[in-house]
Design a protein around this ligand. Structure first.
Ligand code: MN
Length: 352
């Protein structure tokens, strides 16, 4: 945590800010280890202040190191008082705050130049250290095992919700603190919708079933997708599964530090286009993963490069409107020479 705050101070100085207010809960956790719901952080080259209310004062004092801890319900006023003699001219704040908060900010800091910041702390979170990578690896193992166990549970006649609830409960049994997003269990024609949340639709023999799910383990998320077939599978379904898997694998084979964001998306997309399904791959290839299930990097078409320590998803999909769809998603830890696949559940075509 101390090293993270040091890096933040460097970034604050480089940005020409006098200090930064941090209000996003996950950024506060990243900097302090505090995971309660009421917290405001102020960091400047000379101050580290953590403000919470009485409900969290004790746990804050026990867990947070290197910060002055203030317990109050008027956080901004207290921070303004605490730094009154610092000569602060510019104050950065996160642009995700509410308008109501912004009005309070202007009232508490009437003499400072307030500068909204986008992804300021998130830009530090983009590179995971070894401890974070180990936690995400474990979160992925929990999802892997839950999927393997679900293979014995999925049968024609079960509803999508029953399968989703099985996955959710099993991940908790295996040590997860919760799910990282509403589990997608989309069968048959519903699997053509990339984000079909589990419904009470009954899974029929002859249908595909796309499961997109993940858990939180020690505050970090996993996110994986597998598509299975129930009862039997047609030659066309086999072909589409094979193309999707080849695209997923091509990216695993080529992903490495130094690869541009453009190429990260292009490698699997080109393969799908070459097979004639380009128009059926209707979303981006993936996203970063960490304290949030969707976080930096996002694979916009820029020449930014992957760096060692990034954790990203590789999730090509092919969707045939009204019929069915296939998506396969893995979580990858980018290394100097390639990538480590963190989600290791089977990917060969499974017919249950
Ligand atoms: Mn994903």
């Amino acid at each position: 945590m101390q090293a993270r705050v040091e890096r933040l101070v460097t970034k604050i100085e480089e940005a020409g800010l006098g200090g930064l207010l941090v209000t996003e809960a996950k950024n506060i956790f990243y900097l302090t280890g505090f995971s309660g719901t009421a917290g405001t952080v102020f960091v400047s080259p000379k101050r580290r202040i953590f403000v919470t209310d009485d409900r969290y004062a004790l746990i804050a004092k026990q867990t947070i190191q290197g910060f002055d801890i203030i317990s109050t319900r008027t956080a901004l006023t207290e921070i303004a008082n605490a730094i009154a003699d610092d000569g602060l001219e510019t104050l950065g704040f996160e642009d995700t705050v509410s308008y109501q908060f912004y009005q309070a900010l202007k009232a508490a800091f009437p003499h400072q130049d307030l500068q909204a910041q986008t992804n300021f702390v998130e830009g530090l979170r983009i590179i995971k250290d070894a401890d974070e990578a180990a936690i995400i690896r474990r979160a992925c193992q929990i999802s892997d095992q839950a999927f393997i166990d679900a293979l014995d549970f999925i049968k024609p006649g079960k509803t999508e919700l029953e399968v989703a609830n099985f996955l959710d409960f099993r991940m908790r049994e295996l040590g997860a603190s919760g799910i990282s997003f509403d589990t997608i269990a989309a069968s048959g024609f519903r699997s053509a919708m990339p984000h079909g949340r589990a419904s009470d639709k009954v899974i029929e023999a002859g249908e595909s079933l796309t499961l997109d799910f993940g858990c939180y383990y020690q505050h970090y998320a996993s996110d994986m997708t597998r598509t299975v077939h129930v009862g039997h599978v047609t030659d066309e379904e086999r072909e589409i599964y094979a193309v999707t898997l080849a695209a997923n694998q091509a990216l695993i084979d080529q992903a490495r530090a130094g690869m541009t964001y453009i190429d990260f998306d292009r490698v699997p997309r080109q393969l799908i286009e070459d097979k004639g399904y380009g128009a059926n791959f209707t979303h981006g290839i993936g996203h970063g993963l960490g304290l949030d299930v969707h976080e930096l990097p996002f694979f916009t078409k820029t020449a930014d490069e992957l760096k060692p320590g990034m954790v990203v998803t590789d999730e090509p999909g092919i969707y045939l409107d009204g019929l069915y769809g296939v998506r396969i998603e893995d979580d990858l830890l980018i290394t100097e020479t390639g990538c480590e696949v963190l989600t290791l559940a089977p990917k060969e075509l499974i017919v249950l």
